[in-house]
Design a protein around this ligand. Structure first.
Ligand code: UT7
Length: 335
């Protein structure tokens, strides 16, 4: 018996983002609503992070509700028929069930035809991991079209009394449809991780420790902010540069820079290190949206489209980084 298999069905020559959608929770929370609990000030928060306000979800704005809302927008814009979505990837760290994943429930509520559906746990880098996975699936022939959603309700897992995180984390959802294209619309991913820095951003305790404790409490996110800040500001600019090189373009070819929305000072430091030319428009959604982890990049791109800073056909460098530490970056063409 020979061990060979028949040749694999090949996929599309190229993949592209075909549609983009977003959901921003209704409730705007200004810095002034938080500062008393953390002995801070609106001025300090704005100066250190660039954040003026964020959105926190109400009880009815569940991760599933927000993911479905963003996905509906993305599907409508893409024009892709529901029956032709074969894969749903949800990037999140705030779906409160260990199992099953959020993706099958989202796919079912959207009325999709039983696609492959799973969650990606790569924290703030999750959305770009999802886009890379979807692009490979479309080009490899394992999905005709894929839906990638980044969604978070970080307000559920943020300690409102923690000075280092209470003003940063926020809620929302963004989604894209990835499908076949005549020309390349998603460049090669540069991704990786540094597990030596595993503890820099993490859930404080594991679930067993929580349930066995005499005083069970939500295991909130904890972060060594300054160490993450330095890593992101210096190391991520190098990853951005590698991404352009692997894509075969230079900063001059870019129209948009859409980094993970963690802190305005990190965004500025990366832009300086990359020597971005003045014509490259930079996403600054963090100012009014806070840090929404896996949702931050599609939300930031959506704002640029809504405000006329991004146009169809623009080339956008996406770069995401966070807990793990994990990172992923790619250049995409705006649908
Ligand atoms: O999304 C995943 C990736 N996450 C990130 O990329 C986040 C990266 N980190 C950051 O954005 C920043 O580290 C923060 C915005 C969280 C903090 O800014 P920082 O410039 O790194 O502040 P720090 O932690 O070094 O603290 C500086 C000072 C300290 O006082 P002393 O020791 O200099 O007297 C802190 O006690 O600021 C004090 N401080 C505060 N003061 C008022 C810390 N937090 C606060 C606060 N309000 N909330």
């Amino acid at each position: 018996m020979s061990g060979t298999l028949p040749p694999t069905r090949s996929g599309a020559a190229h993949a592209a983002v075909l549609g983009l959608g977003a959901y921003r929770p209704r409730t705007v929370v200004p810095n002034s609503a938080l500062v008393e609990a953390i002995d801070s000030s609106d001025e300090w928060i704005q100066q250190r992070s660039g954040i003026r306000s964020r959105r926190w979800a109400e009880p009815d704005e569940t991760v599933q509700y927000m993911a479905v809302a963003a996905a509906r927008d993305a599907l409508a814009q893409s024009g892709v028929d529901h029956s032709e979505v074969d894969l749903v990837v949800v990037a999140t760290v705030s779906h409160m069930l260990q199992t099953p994943a959020l993706a099958p429930a989202v796919a079912h509520e959207l009325g999709l035809d039983r696609p492959a559906a799973f969650d990606v746990s790569a924290a703030c880098a999750g959305f770009c991991h999802g886009v890379a996975t979807a692009s490979d699936a479309v080009r490899g022939g394992s999905a005709r079209n894929a839906l990638v959603i980044g969604v978070e309700r970080l307000s559920d897992i943020t300690d409102r009394d923690d000075r280092g995180t209470a003003f940063i984390f926020a809620d929302g959802a963004g989604a894209v449809v990835v499908g076949p294209s005549d020309s390349s619309g998603i460049g090669p991913v540069v991704w990786g991780s540094d597990g030596a820095q595993f503890d820099l951003i993490r859930q404080r305790e594991d679930w067993r420790d929580v349930t066995m404790s005499d005083t069970p409490r939500m295991p909130h996110l904890v972060m060594q902010g300054n160490a993450v800040f330095r890593w992101a500001s210096y190391e991520m600019a190098k990853i951005a540069q590698q991404t352009l090189e692997r894509t075969g373009i230079s900063v001059d070819d870019l129209d948009l820079f859409v980094p993970h929305q963690a802190n305005m000072r990190i965004i500025d430091a990366m832009a300086r290190a990359m020597k971005l030319p003045a014509h490259v428009r930079i996403a600054r959604d963090v100012a009014d949206q806070g840090n929404t982890s896996a949702a931050s990049i599609p939300l930031a791109l959506d704002r640029m489209v809504q405000e006329g800073d991004a146009r169809s056909g623009d080339l956008a460098l996406l770069i995401a980084f966070g807990a793990g530490l994990a990172y992923a970056a790619q250049v995409v063409r705006v649908p």
